[in-house]
Design a protein around this ligand. Structure first.
Ligand code: UDX
Length: 431
């Protein structure tokens, strides 16, 4: 099929490459000329393992092209996927500017039947509003259908999630649209759920909010474990054996980050508020997560009283491993708190240090872990990178000013920690 994808961020690029890999012809549109130039040269706009090879392969086979010209994309495609950013606003609402801009441009361009698929995470009701908007702009009804098709990909394994996801959700109110969407996803192994657009829009938010709540739940239990001398790892393992609970997303730590959970939980609370419903559980999950990030600061203040003239190392900046994405990462909150407490800060991350340099903080960034812990008074593990997991604790101890580690991701081997004689804190593990 001929497919147009608007937006070349995580969702857009992965969607475009996924469809191209399956043999479709894809035109990818973005208004950022630099990104388009790079993508046409085979340089991806996001960091994701394996994506560069697939990009080059699809370019070689001429299955994918990148342009800044939306009309080129629309006129040569039957289906248009909107995958532009929907950032959060300070009041927790979603900033829909980019989606509105694209919809407006589409309304000026289309002259024959197209399916417009909304992949960006958008507030409930967006499909219907978009439909109304196109009608008001004079686009004939027979020229379009609008479909809500939320994306569930997880960074670090995005393409695999796209191609082999647990489910595909299609929110569509037209039988013609449904038939075409069935064809679009005909070679996927996932169960497809056809439903109303509002239901599809809610499924995305409810799924993310549920997973985020699961994390906050286990983190609260971990905090209790610390107090009573229980072991969160055994608790989570035993809980996860119950098939009704399932083992995933029960890893205790300094909480969730990233471009989805923090934003989507807030947006869902806001959507509830806008409809007169107070979503108390999700509100609590957000609050628990915000507090969870501050646990390392509490431990540090307990130990040192004040942090002025102390050197603290952040091990891992990305919100999770295998990505350079630092959006809403717990490490950033911890750095901000350390800055407020006048600590000297050194950071290590195998790939995300450049992103932090853009924040113009007075901190030192290292790509070598042992240089980052040099003369440090405490190292805080914020990301479960393999490099951190397998660091040599005897070298770490030797290089630190005071050997202390706060393991915000519960990754270090407890036997090795004991042997190393480093002062060790975790989130609810028994040392
Ligand atoms: C998430 C969803 O998994 C995905 O389906 C959705 O489309 C987008 O949001 P992503 O943000 O890429 O994907 O990362 P994910 O692996 O889900 O982790 C999110 C955060 O939760 C990370 O900061 C991670 O460290 C944290 N987390 C995850 C925990 O703290 N404990 C866990 O048990 C699992």
């Amino acid at each position: 099929m001929n497919i147009c994808v608007v937006g070349t961020g995580y969702v857009g690029l992965v969607t475009a490459l996924g469809f191209a890999k399956l043999g479709n012809r894809v035109i990818c549109v973005d208004k950022d000329d630099d990104k388009i130039g790079n993508l046409n040269k085979g340089i991806p706009s996001i960091y994701e393992e394996g994506i560069e090879e697939i990009l080059r392969e699809c370019l070689e086979k001429k299955r994918i092209a990148f342009t800044n010209d939306l009309s080129e994309g629309i006129n040569n495609s039957e289906i248009i996927f909107i995958a532009v950013g929907t950032p959060e606003k300070d009041d927790w609402n979603i900033d829909m500017t980019q989606v509105h801009e694209v919809v407006n441009q589409i309304s000026n361009i289309i002259s024959s039947y197209k399916i417009i698929v909304i992949k960006s995470t958008v507030p409930v009701g967006t499909q219907r509003e978009t439909k109304k908007h196109l009608r008001e702009k004079g686009v004939p009804e027979e020229n379009f259908d609008i479909v809500s098709n939320p994306e569930f990909l997880s960074e670090g394994r995005a393409l695999n999630d796209f191609l082999n996801g647990d489910r595909i959700v299609i929110g569509c109110d037209s039988s013609k649209g449904k038939i075409i969407m069935r064809k679009v996803y005909e070679h996927f192994n996932s169960e497809i759920i056809y439903t109303l657009p509002e239901t599809a829009e809610i499924i995305k938010y409810a799924s993310n909010a549920f997973l985020a709540t699961k994390i906050s739940f286990i983190n609260e239990i971990a905090n209790l474990c610390t107090k009573v001398g229980a072991n969160i790892e055994t608790v989570a393992y035993a809980m996860g054996l119950d098939k009704r609970i399932a083992p995933e997303f029960l890893r205790a730590g300094i909480g969730f980050g990233g471009s989805c959970f923090p934003k989507d939980t807030k947006a869902l609370v806001k959507i509830g508020e806008n409809h007169g419903i107070d979503l108390k559980i999700i509100r609590s999950a957000i609050r628990v997560n915000e507090k969870q990030r501050l646990i390392p600061i509490k431990i540090l203040l307990n130990k040192y009283g004040k942090l002025e003239n102390k050197t603290i190392t952040i091990l891992g900046l990305a919100f999770k491993p295998k990505t350079d994405d630092i959006r809403n990462a717990p490490s950033l909150t911890i750095i901000e708190e350390l800055i407020k407490n006048k600590a000297r800060i050194k950071c290590y991350d195998p790939i995300a240090t450049d992103k932090v340099k853009n924040m113009q903080w007075d901190i030192l960034c290292y790509k070598n872990l042992y240089d980052a812990v040099d003369k440090s008074d405490c190292a805080i593990i914020c990301t479960e990178w393999d490099e951190i997991y397998s660091m040599d604790l005897s070298i770490v101890k030797e290089r630190m000013n005071y050997p202390m580690i706060i393991d915000g991701r519960n990754i270090l081997d407890l036997e090795k920690v004991k042997e190393s004689e480093i002062e060790y804190y975790s989130i609810g593990r028994l040392n």
